[in-house]
Each structure stands twice: as C-alpha cells, then as structure tokens.
Unconditional design. Sequence first.
Length: 381
Amino acid sequence: MTKKPGPRRKEQTRGVPCEALLDGLPHPLLVIGQDHAITYVNTAAEDFFQMSAGVLCRSALPDVVAFGSPLVALVEQVERHGTTVNEYGVELGSFRFEAPKLVDLYGGPVGETPGSVMVMLQQRSMAQMIERQLTHRGAARSVSGLAAVLAHEIKNPLSGIRGAAQLLESDVPEGDRTLTQLICAESDRICKLVDRMEIFGDERPIQLEPVNIHDVLDHVKQVANTGFASHIKIVESYDPSLPPVPGNRDKLIQVFLNLVKNAAEAIGEDRADGQITLTTSFRPGVRLSVPGSKARVSLPLEIAVEDNGGGVSGELLPHLFDPFVSTKPSGTGLGLALVAKIIGDHGGIIECDSHPRCTVFRALMPMAEKEAKQTIEATQA
C-alpha cells in the first residue's frame, strides 16, 4: 500500500496513534481542504474509490466523483453553514465504479483546521437488504394470520348482515331504501378487502418450474400497452443469455404486472415523456447467507422495473413493502406487500431505490438448479 501523504496528526489516544484509529475504521473517511482538495483519506477510502492515498491526495474531490455529485454539494453545505450535514440513500458515482454505489453521507467541519471538512461514507450493504426482506416477510406472515381470522370472523357475519339488509329493503319506505342499499354496498366492499387479504393466508408451497422471465415481461408489457400504460413508452433492456428462473409463471406475471402498474400510476396520465424500463441482467457475485444456516444462496438474476415518475419519499421508502402502506390516496397498501411475499416464496428478495424522476424496483432471483450447476462447474473449471 502506498504511504499516504498529506497532513497527519501525531497525537495519541491511550497509546494508539490517531492515524491508526482512523485507518482502522471500516467506513471510508476523507478530509477536504481549500478548493475541494483531498488532504487525507483512510484505508477504507482507498478501497472504496479503488485508488491509492497518494493519487487521492493529489486530486480534488470533483475529479474523483461524478459531475454534479451530491458529495460535493454536501461538502459545500458544510462549508457554508459550519454544521454537520447527513444524507441517506445517496447514489455516488465515480469513473472508477462500474455502477453508482448507494451510500449514507456524514459531513462536518474540522474544528482545529478552519476551512476543512471531514466526510464519512457508509455503503448500504446486502445485509441491510436481507434484513428488510426478513421484516417484509414477517409482516406478510402477520397479515396471513390476520387474513385467516378475518375470513372466519368477519365474512360470515357480513353475509348475514347483507342478507338482513336485503330482506328489510322490501319492507321499508322508498326514502329509506338508500340506507339498506348502503349497508349492502359497504358489506360488499369489506368482503372484497378480506378476499384480497386472504391471498396472504395461502401458505402452500409454490410448484416451481423453469420460467423464461423474458416471456413473463413480454406478457406484462403487452397487457400494459393495451390498457393502463397505453400512453407510456415501455423500453426493454434484456440480457438475452439469462437462464430460466425457478418459479410459477402466473405468480411472476402478477408481481411484475403490479410493479409496472404502480410505475404507470407514479408517472401519471398527463406526462408526455413517461417511460418505464424493464431490465434483466446476470450478477454472478450476489450470494446471500441463509438465516440459521451456514449455507449461501446465489441470487444472480436481476429483474428491474424503472420509471421516471415523481419518486417515493424518503420517509416512506423503508416501509414500502409493509402491509397497509400506500402512496395512493385510495390504495389499500397490500399490493407491494403481496409482491414481497411472492418474491420471497420464490427464494428471492426485492428492493426499491427512489429519487425524483427515477424509481427502480429490483428483484434478485435464483436460477433453475440445472443452470446453476452448469454455472458452478464452468466457474470451477
């Protein structure tokens, strides 16, 4: 590793040099001086930016990150106000990255060095993704139990209430019949809601078979183009070599039709430049630990639905797949919870990243056993 130049403080804390403490941090840390010059980086920052400390400390921050990077804006905000600034879920790009990295940013002034700003980056990990998914699945199981109770304890009495209202309708004055009709209509509405929730109570294992995910997406696109998304451009960006997904075709259609419909509603009916992009890609490096086991599962197939709608608020994003959470005024909040359940039943995970004019739902899925075995053998050869 190249020796890091630049100003280094030699003070010690209980016998340990401060430099050693900073280098021991697992998160990238930078000190930015005048004219955005990088004056210090720790070892984690070298690994993060894939550049040595010598190169970084001879560079200015705008030369390292992408043009218009939110990291530069954060540093400037700290310089203007002299206070700490935090930003969460920021996409950080660099010419050294194959794709932008999702990070949390923490910046603050360096008290003993006027004009300098210290920035720490915390990269969002796959572990956080899994933790969210386990929460979503736990919430879905809670809804499963609730659905079973509702089906027994609510639907049966509602049938009696509706029947009684129909019998009363013939005996009450004409002016009061609107009330009995209201009882019937509201009873039907509640029954429909319970019917939707009953889907969560289906704990039968899915019968899996190799499914061509591109056939699924083509079907979804055809349905969307002839209906709710007829005014929106739908773009395909497929990896033609993608192997089959072990799944249930009808349920996968349900998942991606729901995601595309949400994307169309996020864009709205008045946008002339609305666009939904369907993307498939192979990510062989994605391997996840199974909770309660030492086994690691590979989820190399990524299917993404991206739209240029208004985006999801930062407050709502962590709870997007929870039951009864909805961005729509008339929504029930069960659609995305069902999507998370179905993807989980297929052994995959789903996550959402959202910024204004760019919201992406990414489903990471396993591939069929035969293709997975062939891939492993090809890797080991």
